[in-house]
Write a protein of this length. Structure first.
Length: 482
């Protein structure tokens, strides 16, 4: 027993001695490493404090003393002339930048005013203390408002194309006017000329979100989300005073193609055609916006489904009274029916003048066996607009006309001449006559006029104003008056 205890003490001593030897070996071997680790820890803390101090100290600078350098930088690189601002503030996050608040500015040499809530100039680290060679990374304009006369749209487009330095425009509200009359508002617009969003913009127009992009300064693609409206535009040349090109616009199942030319005074649309399953037309139009806004258009209807007119809803047109009272437009519409076995109308000519809510019109229908001519006027911005009219119906060949409508009736006179004057409430489809003349016989007393009023409202207007073009309704009306 004694021997066992001595042996145990001996082995324990030997083990401890071996462990101490191993520890001393490891300690000697890694001592320098641990010393370096603890030294780096202090270096890191010093570096961190130095970096924070380096980034924080500029917050205490008076940047109004440096505003001349900053303002000159914006003019030289962005043609942005600062007229006034409230303050310049230094911020660290997300990266060091200068924040200029409540800015009134203009695009130099273009007399385009721009109100900007915030301008962020993102700095290079070397510019935190040294402004002698002021060369920031990029600039962001946030929450801006621009009121722009439409005739200056060319200048704005060319201005954006010329910017070489990185710029982001965020939340811009652009209001387009003509002689201080509102034309269009584009809201919450965002644009970038760098990074993966380069030459992309988005925003809202007519309350709908849109996305658009430029490609090689030549192609412009536009999409109005959740509406089925898309546009692809190709620009020609680099003429800074004239923008022209070709456009293809898709609206649901309809396609519009045209050439355009835009300068400081007007927009010219030519070689256009519009097509869908119900309509095929060509269109030429001049839209002038200086010195006054006005437009003139010639529309040639190549083919159309006449049921399209019958389904036309005038109330939707009158719901845009605020827009209609700002328009000054002339429209000429021509139609020639190439399929004489189809439809009621053979040829149609229509001239319309819309002058700030007042409408003047004249039209002529060539129908089988005769023709109809009408002229009149209306104040279409009234709550219940009335259309004053004077119309003539001249039938030279009743037999031919009746055959078109499959009317089997004995013909006593080959001709029919009808003249009428009166007014029409287009929304409520109510008509009043001042006078009616049929084959030189004048009907002017109240009972006669009331009779014609009732018959027209019952036969032609029971399904709306454009029901007058329904073939069955016209047939019933001809049977009634002949």
């Amino acid at each position: 027993m004694f021997i066992l205890e001595k042996f145990h003490l001996y082995t324990t001593y030997k083990n401890k001695k071996m462990i101490n030897k191993i520890y001393k070996s490891i300690h000697n071997k890694y001592l320098n490493f641990f010393k370096l680790f603890f030294f780096l820890r202090y270096i890191f803390v010093i570096f961190l404090i130095s970096t924070i101090s380096f980034l924080l100290i500029p917050k205490f600078f008076d940047y109004k003393k440096k505003d001349e350098i900053i303002i000159n930088y914006l003019i030289e690189n962005y043609d942005l002339e600062i007229i006034e601002y409230s303050e310049i503030e230094y911020r660290i996050f997300p990266i060091p930048n200068l924040l200029i608040k409540n800015v009134n500015s203009k695009i130099a040499d273009r007399v385009i005013d721009l109100k900007i809530a915030k301008i962020n100039i993102f700095l290079n680290l070397r510019n935190l203390y040294n402004y002698d060679n002021f060369y920031p990374k990029r600039t962001t304009l946030e929450t801006s408002e621009m009121l722009l006369d439409i005739k200056k749209i060319n200048e704005l487009i060319n201005y954006v194309k010329k910017i070489k330095k990185e710029i982001a425009i965020k939340n811009l509200d652009l209001t387009l006017t003509s002689r201080k009359v509102l034309l269009l508002k584009i809201q919450n617009t965002n644009f970038y000329n760098y990074g993966f969003k380069k030459d992309h913009l988005n925003g809202k127009i007519f309350g709908k979100t849109f996305k658009a992009s430029f490609e090689d300064n030549q192609f412009f693609n536009f999409k109005l989300l959740n509406t089925g409206i898309e546009a692809n535009i190709k620009f020609n040349g680099e003429n800074l005073s004239l923008i022209n090109g070709t456009s293809k616009i898709k609206i649901l199942n309809s396609l519009l193609k045209f050439d355009f030319s835009l300068n400081d005074d007007k927009l010219i649309i030519s070689n256009s055609n519009f097509r869908n399953q119900d309509l095929l037309i060509s269109l030429d139009s001049n839209i002038a916006y200086s010195p006054f806004f006005n437009s003139s258009s010639v529309i040639n209807i190549i083919d159309f489904d006449q049921d399209l007119i019958i389904k036309f809803n005038l109330e939707k047109i009158y719901s845009y009274r605020e827009i209609l009272k700002k328009l000054n437009s002339k429209i000429n519409i021509n139609y020639k029916n190439k399929n004489l076995f189809k439809g009621v109308i053979d040829n149609y000519y229509f001239d319309l003048d819309l002058i700030y809510g007042r409408l003047f019109f004249s039209n002529k229908f060539i129908i089988t066996g005769g023709e109809i001519e009408c002229s009149g006027d209306s104040v279409i911005i009234d709550q219940y607009p009335r259309l004053n009219f004077s119309c003539k119906l001249g039938i030279e060949n009743k037999k031919k006309l009746f055959k078109k409508f499959h009317i089997n009736k004995k013909i006593e006179h080959e001709t029919l001449n009808l003249i009428s004057e009166g007014s029409l409430n287009i929304i409520k489809n109510k008509i009043n006559f001042k006078m009616i003349e049929i084959d030189n016989k004048i009907y002017s007393n109240e009972d006669d006029l009331e009779y014609f009023k009732i018959k027209i409202e019952e036969i032609l207007f029971d399904d709306g104003f454009f029901g007058i073009l329904d073939k069955d309704k016209i047939k019933n009306f001809l049977l009634e008056i002949t």
